[in-house]
Design a protein around this ligand. Structure first.
Ligand code: SF4
Length: 705
């Protein structure tokens, strides 16, 4: 007899910020089968290599299946009691800022909401930061400076409606593959021009019509040069600028001082002046232009300035918020945007409200009935781990992330985890970080948990469960609420499921509470369980009648005090640490096509491993000669922060005096070969985002015994 068909569950991919819809089911033989959701507006049925392999990542090998205290299995009650007691005691003895949470863009919005509410509302500290700090914090800061609020104006359809797409610091082909496929399909139809700005000749750059291989850290100069060119070419939208913006004259003065001529820009960026001129003329002549940017822009000590240099060019031409026009930051993680919505960064409060406003603090305090609410920003990721290492933070809870590998200066982060009095880790799997846990808590994974995520175009989608919870695993929201109850805050954490949390999150995120801000999902404050179960993907803001706004700012209205967008005057500055005779190579780090973060899931899929089974240090042919290295040779790479070893790949993708090492590996997969120990913790003063795209290194050939 034929097995009955098992119903497919509509859910969302847990990897990148594209946020593709997935249809998943458990087959009669117990395996998990996935396919792209043809009805999801992000991907219309397509999945990339990582998404297609999702079914092979749900096995229980390596899973944390029971709570552990000091490495020994324990009951949930004992583990939760201990966590609550240690956090309560620490706050009692040393004050609220002696504890911290470090969370993740992998958490669902509901998980994020309760973690943020517990730390900021009830513990009374803003020491909650997220691995999204490493991913898009500079975009958040740039948006707030230019628009008054953290708003991504565009939607994915803009990729299909633009005539020019500038991809700045974004290897879209590998890191956001489905929107890249949408772009290529559009190019076949309308002949879209693609300009790629990236020091490396990536897979994306290979396909571009023009590749500008700028020197590391020179993005502000390139876009300041563009702004100055737009003014010289009389393509400033005078009416839009006069009516809808302020600050152009000062921004133009700064741009002109940086970039008196195309030749000076070319020289400063390490480019050919003909290529720079081509880019500028193309941008000036093409009304439907979008500039898409990602980690290559954000991960810099001047990342916020880079973001504003890009936005300035779109404001100057009025090319924002209309079909095929705008500056578009794409997020790296599946729910980086959801974390921003709930305020899950140390310098945010909640629901796009801010510590800079006393009124916002009072609003949230009243809404949560939390008189003890934090009143100032907390420690951002790099500073948070520093504080854990020097004793200022004495109790740290890490949720769903692996900072022992992924943080810059990872050696110092490991030392901090070792030194910290009390470390809690909740995760699905054992990682380099779980080794430091005094208490280890088994969390629910993808396919087991239920909630919402928001992708790069502000589209909220559901993650739905289709697998039973394994062992004693519990959803993150429940673990946080159980600890909150034990700390005496049960009245504020009595949620019976993610729908109840979502309702409260929506009720806080309204015009009534947040004033003139655009982030409004108040329409969902009364969703029933059935409506939450059947939730269809929608971009915020959502009006009271349920209508969703797609592009924002098309009407020229911005959520600032006077309704105008701001030009931010920015100047080109150098990277944090320049190369020198001791460390003459600029090391860049980034993702590979088939891997995700520290490979705790994708590293278990043989077909994803097969293309790049080990980390390779990519160097230019000129440097291979200089250091007497060839393909397959072992090299040691040392930065001011640490040492790694990797095999060499001589690559035409690299400019001389530059190198690339993937971010994914750790001691778990290849001894001492990850980029984390090498990367600099020096960070943007505004956003706190570290400069993961450049650190000076020395490369030495290693003799194999
Ligand atoms: Fe998942 Fe991103 Fe691939 Fe879509 S593009 S399937 S969200 S990894």
């Amino acid at each position: 007899m034929q097995e009955p068909a098992v119903a497919e569950v509509r859910t969302t991919c847990p990897y990148c910020g594209v946020g593709c819809g997935v249809l998943a089911r458990v087959t009669p033989d117990g395996s998990v089968s996935v396919r792209g959701d043809p009805e999801h507006p992000a991907n219309f049925g397509k999945l990339c290599s990582k998404g297609m392999a999702l079914g092979e990542t749900t096995g229980l090998e390596g899973r944390v299946l029971a709570p552990e205290i000091g490495g020994r299995e324990a009951s949930w009650d004992d583990a939760l009691d201990l966590v609550a007691r240690r956090f309560t005691d620490t706050v009692g003895r040393y004050g609220p800022d002696s504890v911290a949470f470090y969370v993740s863009g992998q958490l669902l919005t509901e998980d994020y909401y309760v973690a943020n509410k517990l730390m900021k509302g009830f513990i009374g500290s803003a020491n909650i930061d997220t691995n999204s700090r490493l991913c898009m914090a500079s975009s958040v800061a740039g948006h707030r400076r230019a628009f008054g609020e953290d708003i991504v104006p565009g939607i994915y359809e803009d990729f299909e409606q633009a005539d020019l797409v500038v991809l700045a610091g974004s290897n879209t082909a590998w890191c956001h593959p489905i929107i890249y496929q949408r772009l290529l399909a559009a190019r076949r139809k309308r002949g879209t021009k693609i300009v790629v700005v990236d020091p490396r000749r990536t897979a994306t750059a290979e396909e571009g019509d023009l590749h500008l291989a700028i020197d590391p850290g020179t993005d502000v100069l390139l876009f300041n040069g563009l702004l100055a060119h737009l003014a010289r070419s009389n393509v400033i939208d005078e009416s839009f600028v006069a009516g809808r913006t302020s600050g152009l004259a000062i921004a133009l003065d700064a741009a002109a001082a940086d970039a008196p001529s195309i030749e000076s820009v070319a020289e400063g960026c390490g480019l050919n002046s003909g290529d720079v001129r081509l880019f500028y003329e193309l941008f000036a002549a093409t009304e439907r232009s979008i500039t898409v940017y990602s980690q290559g822009v954000n991960q810099s000590v001047h990342g916020t300035d880079k973001v504003n240099a890009i936005i300035n060019c779109h404001l100057a031409t009025g090319r924002i918020g209309r079909p095929g026009m705008g500056a578009f930051s794409v997020t790296g993680q599946p729910n980086a945007m959801g974390g921003r919505e709930v305020g899950g960064l140390a310098n945010q409060l909640a629901a796009h409200m801010s510590f800079e406003s006393t009124q916002d603090i009072e609003t949230v305090s009243r809404f949560w009935n939390a008189p003890n609410i934090a009143r100032k920003a907390g420690l951002k990721a790099v500073d948070l781990f520093r504080a854990a290492g020097d004793g200022r933070v004495k109790a740290l809870w890490i949720m769903g992330t692996n900072p022992a590998v992924s943080m810059p200066d990872a050696g110092r982060v490991r030392a901090a985890l070792k030194a910290c009095d009390f470390v809690v880790v909740s995760d699905i799997i054992r990682t380099d970080t779980t080794r430091f846990a005094d208490v280890l808590l088994p969390a629910a994974g993808w396919g087991e948990k239920s909630g919402t995520v928001t992708n790069s175009e502000r589209r909220i989608s559901r993650q739905r469960p289709f697998l039973p919870l394994p062992g004693a695993a519990r959803p993150d929201w429940k673990i946080v609420c159980d600890v909150a109850r034990r700390m005496g805050y049960g009245h504020a954490f009595s949620f019976d499921g993610p729908a109840a949390i979502f309702r409260e999150h929506a009720a806080l995120s309204t015009y009534e509470n947040a004033g003139e801000r655009l982030f409004d999902i108040g329409a969902f404050a009364g969703v029933t369980e059935a409506e939450y179960d059947g939730f269809t993907p929608v971009c915020w803001p959502v009006s009271r009648d349920g209508a969703s706004a797609d592009r924002l700012f098309g009407d020229g209205c911005f959520p600032t005090a006077d309704g105008r967008a701001f030009f931010v005057a920015v100047r080109q500055q150098s990277v944090a640490q320049a190369v020198d005779a001791t460390r003459p190579i600029s090391l860049n780090t980034g993702r590979l096509r088939d891997q995700w973060h520290t490979m705790t899931r994708t590293g278990r899929v043989p077909r994803l491993m097969s293309n790049a089974p080990e980390p390779l240090l990519e160097i230019a042919a000129e440097d291979a000669i200089r250091y007497e290295l060839a393909d397959g040779d072992l090299a040691s790479v040392s930065s001011p922060y640490g040492l790694a070893r990797a095999k060499v790949k001589v690559s035409s993708s690299q400019k001389p005096s530059s190198a690339f090492l993937p971010m994914h590996w750790s001691g778990q997969f290849a001894a001492n070969a990850g980029a984390g120990p090498l990367a600099t913790p020096l960070a943007d003063a505004v956003s706190g985002q570290p400069e993961l795209k450049h650190v000076p290194v020395k490369i030495v050939r290693e003799e194999v015994a």
